[in-house]
Design a protein around this ligand. Structure first.
Ligand SMILES: NC(=O)c1ccc[n+]([C@@H]2O[C@H](COP(=O)([O-])OP(=O)(O)OC[C@H]3O[C@@H](n4cnc5c(N)ncnc54)[C@H](O)[C@@H]3O)[C@@H](O)[C@H]2O)c1
Ligand SMILES: [Zn+2]
Length: 749
């Protein structure tokens, strides 16, 4: 770049950065994410590294950027307040560490540096001035020399002592720290705002900054603010030898010291600290945006000194940003397993918290409205750790001049998958559902994927791709090209020798509901993209290849026309799935509320699908691990015709609907319901249940009129009383053993 242009670029960047700093510090209402701000700042630093003549004293890189607003009286700090040098990667941290060690080796040859490692609190800097133990002034950082007088506001914060505890207070002492809003308090406060119909605060940092800058201290007093100290400025009448020595002393005087600080001896330990705190980043009292590493010893700190903006004895390692901005390209809808239609944001792919994000759920139409986003907007998005990414809201100023490209999202009236009119499940529900549960391709695909999942029948080949392909023959594997038809080839004048068995893609879905899943044969998959192989014809060389111009497909790869491996796998796996135990079949049925736990409970209580189908709601509700909600859902499910057909079809195909019973065990309890309560000597809870089921009985969890026997062990409790009041016979362990061995007849003697 020519020097003139570079100078202009530098001036433009500097101006932009100053603008963002003002909005961030004085108005607590930033226009861009911190990550983007940091990027601008780094660009300016890079330009200056190449052209040091541009690094003038008024460049943002040379100044602590906060500035002071008119709203507060200016205050001169006794000692300058600094910012911190940021490092954004392990390499940068290692380089910083190496430099510091090398400099110290030269400046203080006898010293062994120790590293005080702290979390970087996402709040705002404060300087507290104590005279003879009394708080006389509190000021923001400002430009580092002059801050703003916020004494009245700071006095409302409980963590900040007005008088120091203990004795031997210095004549004068500047304490530096960070004011923050604890994460829990932040969420509680936002809920309170929401309940009052007010806009929530964007994040704990802006919340703290905004709260401290209230003109009316009474307003600040309403905000839950806290503080931790992280340094000392000017002092007289006290001898402090190191950072940690200072913290000990400040703690003794009643000042709040961070519990997360450690003293470490080498880079390796520092990196461990980084990882450990990144992993529990959201479990701390407050939000953090990184870790600060400081040379502990004050004499060594003095030797290393400062630049005009940052100390050379400290570095802030910034964690990957959790908040960035990107373009909201579109809003589309997803139809879930239960027919719920949820809008989601299609985003221009962007890195957040170390992973790429290109989609984010928007939950429902009310949420889209509340977020006030338009399709085409630039939006703030957040991804905190493992939490799913979230669209926070639009970058309003970025709309300027782009109004034409923006438009409002309209929630569809019909299912995007099958066209059925959407409806609320019950009155007042925000969510809309597609009522075409049986054969809506999207719902069916989700159910099939669920059937194939690990927790259900565990079918390799019936995952995302398989599930979609069975419901949409046009669905293609990533990279799978579209088939070119004979007609298209014919019209092109190129002669392609189509293989005899090459055939068109089928136009109709393989499955209309899951009833026929286990009746499929490889033949049925001939027309489906996902199970076909591709061959390409290169007209120039008249040969087949993997990459040629014409994509011509044959239905299976093998020369003899037999299924390819992908197809074989699916069918071997489906065969295997038929042998899965009953509880897994129950999971696979997608009955509301019936996950693995309820399925196991049902399977062990009844042992067969027929008996579950026959059980009434009250009886089901009595099973341990079932309860009324699940019982109602089970009854509801069986009341649907096509569900009944589905079970019959699966059973006819050989899916096991009955758990193995040991044939050698006599069926002494056929038709009996037995409840076991309290602890038995020679049976565990599961063993007593299994013993009942193995003999054809039902092991229920609670006593009702339908209970045939209650077995009461040690500490039987209220069930025994209930049984007596209902006239249900109560057995002890010996009698239980007799019952198991001989059935009810045995008890009569
Ligand atoms: N989004 C925007 O428009 C915008 C504008 C300006 C600044 N910013 C953001 O603000 C930050 C830059 O501000 P900065 O100059 O205050 O630098 P900084 O936040 O990177 O680091 C310096 C500050 O960290 C604080 N701090 C927290 N924990 C600390 C600890 N344990 N020890 C010492 N200090 C600790 C101190 O207040 C100190 O002044 C960056 O994250 C930047 O992205 C954003
Ligand atoms: Zn539908």
């Amino acid at each position: 770049m020519p020097a003139g242009e570079l100078r202009e670029e530098h001036a433009r960047l500097a101006e932009e950065i100053r603008g963002h700093r003002t909005r961030y510090y004085q108005e607590a209402d930033p226009l861009i994410s911190d990550a983007e701000f940091d990027e601008l700042f780094r660009r300016l630093e890079r330009i200056e590294a190449e052209h040091p003549e541009l690094r003038t004293a008024d460049s943002p890189t040379q100044q602590v950027g906060e500035g002071v607003s008119e709203a507060f009286a200016p205050v001169e700090h006794l000692r300058q307040m600094y910012s911190l040098e940021d490092v954004f990667s392990r390499e940068e941290l290692r380089a910083w560490h190496e430099r510091a060690v090398a400099s110290l080796a030269e400046l203080r040859p006898d010293a062994t540096p120790r590293w005080l490692t702290e979390v970087k609190i996402d709040g705002l800097a404060i300087s507290l001035l104590y005279r003879d133990g009394r708080l006389v002034r509190a000021a923001t950082r400002g430009d580092g020399h002059t801050g703003e007088d916020v004494t009245h506001n700071v006095l409302t914060i409980d963590d900040v002592p007005r008088r120091l505890a203990g004795s031997d207070h210095p004549e004068e002492l500047e304490v530096r720290g960070e004011i923050f809003m604890p994460t829990a308090e932040f969420h509680a406060f936002n809920e309170q705002l929401a309940a009052q119909g007010k806009a929530p605060l964007a994040n704990p940092r802006n919340a703290a900054a905004g709260s401290l800058r209230q003109k009316d201290p009474a307003k600040t007093a309403e905000r839950p603010l806290s503080m931790f100290v992280h340094g000392v400025g000017a002092r007289s009448g006290v001898e402090l030898t190191s950072q940690h020595d200072a913290y000990d002393q400040l703690a003794a005087w009643g000042l709040p010291v961070s519990p997360y600080t450690r003293i470490l001896t080498c880079l390796e330990e520092i990196e461990e600290y980084l990882d450990a705190h990144l992993a529990k980043r959201h479990e701390l009292v407050h939000e953090i945006d990184g870790v600060v590493v400081k040379v502990d010893d004050f004499d060594q700190q003095r030797a290393l000194g400062h630049t005009s903006r940052v100390p050379r004895w400290a570095a802030a390692y910034k964690y990957p940003p959790e908040e960035v901005t990107t373009r909201l390209v579109d809003i589309r809808e997803q139809v879930g397993r239960t027919g719920r239609v949820t809008p989601y944001a299609v985003l221009e792919p962007v890195q957040v918290a170390g992973s790429e994000v290109s989609r984010a759920t928007l939950h429902n139409q009310d949420v889209v409205r509340a977020k006030n986003v338009l399709i085409g907007d630039d939006v703030f998005i957040r991804k905190a750790g493992d939490v799913i990414p979230e669209v926070l809201g639009p970058v309003l100023p970025a709309r300027e001049g782009r109004e034409e490209e923006l438009h409002e999202y309209v929630f569809p009236a019909a299912c995007p998958s099958c066209g059925t009119t959407l409806a609320a499940a019950k009155e007042g529900d925000v969510d809309r559902r597609c009522p075409n549960a049986e054969s809506c391709p999207a719902q069916l695909a989700e159910r099939l994927i669920h059937v194939g999942s690990r927790g259900a029948l565990d079918v390799e080949g019936l995952g995302e791709e398989g599930g979609r392909a069975l419901t949409d023959p046009d669905f293609r594997r990533p990279g799978q090209a579209e088939l070119i038809s004979r007609e298209a080839v014919a019209g092109s004048g190129v002669e392609v020798p189509f293989a005899e068995d090459s055939m068109p893609v089928s136009q109709t879905p393989v499955l209309r509901n899951e009833a026929d899943l286990f009746h499929l044969s490889p033949e049925d998959l001939k027309g489906v993209y996902v199970w076909r192989e591709e061959r390409h014809y290169d007209a120039a060389t008249r040969s087949w290849s993997k990459t040629g111009l014409w994509t011509v497909e044959r239905y299976f790869a093998k020369q003899d026309g037999s299924p390819n491996d992908r197809c074989r796998t699916l069918f071997t796996e489906l065969e295997k799935a038929k042998e899965q135990p009953l509880w897994r079949v129950l999971v696979a049925l997608s009955i509301r509320h019936v996950g693995p736990t309820a399925s196991r409970a049902l399977a062990s209580a009844y042992g067969s699908i027929e008996r579950i189908r026959a059980a009434d709601e009250e009886e089901l509700a009595g099973i341990d691990g079932v309860g009324p909600t699940i019982a109602a859902a089970v009854r509801e499910w069986f009341a649907v015709d096509w569900h009944q057909r589905l079970i019959d079809r699966w059973a006819a195909a050989g899916v096991r609907m009955v758990d193995d019973v040991d044939e050698s065990t006599p069926r002494t309890l056929e038709g009996m319901t037995v409840v076991v309560t309290g602890s038995l000597e020679s049976f565990s809870r599961d063993e007593s249940k299994e013993a009942i089921i193995a003999r054809g009985g039902r092991a229920a969890g609670s006593v009702s009129k339908k209970t045939h026997y209650l077995v009461a062990g040690e500490n039987a409790g209220s069930k025994a009383e209930k049984a007596e009041s209902l006239g249900v016979p109560v057995l002890d362990e010996d009698q239980f053993r007799t019952l198991l061995a001989e059935g009810p007849d045995g008890l009569e003697d």
